[in-house]
Write a protein that binds this ligand. Structure first.
Ligand SMILES: [Zn+2]
Ligand SMILES: [Zn+2]
Length: 346
């Protein structure tokens, strides 16, 4: 890890020819530590020396083939904090030394019918960091200039990494609940939830945290962060909720959340993948309850969220691993052993 800003301020000084990367050669197999060439930034791209990269459940979905057709071989990771080391072409937005965050959405086309409606999160030709583009489980990466975010100096360290997916997707999900919602249930209290609760409390919401049944540790963590109530996902909250956000990839939580929410409330599914949703009585949806999913992010979401995060200020709870320990970090996430967010440091 190199968090000394002086040492990072001009990474042009030394750009070696090769770098260490954790590479997915085939879904279903562990990542392999490799020495690979450092990519050269093309026009419209920057080369970034990575400080830290978050480990996200989506990385597991890719490794488990729950997301189809990844780039192979692939360097996973889409919650990247780093400093610009070199710029491609006549790039002027960024200069070497700039602190940037690189999120999941790495490219959108700008001309499909979704992009034209300003719904670039649904772009038909989008490319995704750490999935269809190489990502941040490495010492360097290239990124498209227009898809990098400027980060507050306070986030030029591992704490900034989880903001770039867990934070951003959580924020987009939060934007779907309606501004009048006061009592918010969060189902699955991992990386996204522990960031979102800080934003929600800052905006005066009451948060009810649902964890795996019997996971007293996560419940205590939620209470420590300011949840008004925490319990197992099969428990009923003490009051009807105005909205629910589900981060756990468990389909059975959808009918459960519908039972917990009030008339007219939204149940937002914040994950990229979820197990099948069991059938349920229409009565649960009746009275204008809404179920919806959230896909990807727009750059507008990113700018809004990162500004808000710095204001709150959001402090991510991180569990650090070295780059070489990516498989261990993924295993810990799979077993539910990570409190807050797992982050690789380079
Ligand atoms: Zn498009
Ligand atoms: Zn993610």
């Amino acid at each position: 890890m190199n968090s000394d800003p002086k040492m990072n301020s001009d990474p042009r000084v030394l750009i070696p020819e090769t770098m260490k990367a954790m590479v997915l050669e085939m879904p279903g197999r562990p990542l392999v530590l490799k020495e690979v060439p450092i990519p050269a930034p093309l026009a419209g791209q920057v080369l970034v020396k990575i400080i830290a990269c978050g480990v996200c459940r989506t990385d597991l979905h890719i490794m488990d083939s729950e997301l189809a057709h990844p780039k192979l071989p692939l360097i996973p990771g889409h919650e990247i904090v780093g400093r610009v080391a070199a710029v491609g072409g006549s790039e002027t937005t960024w200069k070497p030394g700039d602190l940037v965050g690189i999120p999941w959405v790495g490219y959108t086309c700008g001309h499909c019918r979704y992009c034209l409606k300003k719904e670039e999160n649904l772009c038909e030709n989008a490319l995704f960091t750490g999935y269809t583009l190489d990502g941040g489980y490495a010492e360097y990466t290239v990124a498209n200039t227009d898809y990098c975010f400027s980060l507050d100096a306070g986030y030029g360290n591992p704490m900034g990494a989880p903001l770039l997916c867990a934070g951003l997707i959580g924020y987009r999900s939060y934007g779907m609940i309606g501004p009048q919602a006061e009592r918010l249930g969060i189902y699955g209290f991992g990386a996204a939830a522990h960031i979102l609760i800080q934003v929600a409390l800052y905006q005066g919401k009451k948060v009810y945290a649902f964890t795996r049944d019997g996971d007293k540790e996560s419940q205590a963590f939620a209470i420590r962060l300011g949840a008004i109530w925490a319990g197992g996902s099969s428990e009923s909250p003490p009051e009807r909720l105005d909205a629910a956000i589900i981060f756990a990839p468990a389909g059975e939580l959808v009918p459960k959340a519908l039972k917990d929410v009030d008339k007219g409330a939204s149940v937002v599914c914040g994950g990229i993948h979820m197990s099948d949703i069991p059938s349920f009585a229409y009565e649960l949806l009746w009275e204008e309850r809404i179920i919806r999913s959230v896909a990807n992010l727009t750059r507008k979401d990113g700018l809004e969220f990162l500004a808000l995060a710095a204001k709150v200020p959001v402090k991510a709870d991180t569990q650090l691993f070295r780059l070489e320990q990516a498989n261990e970090a993924l295993a810990a996430l799979r077993k539910g052993e990570v409190h807050g967010a797992a982050v690789l440091v380079m």
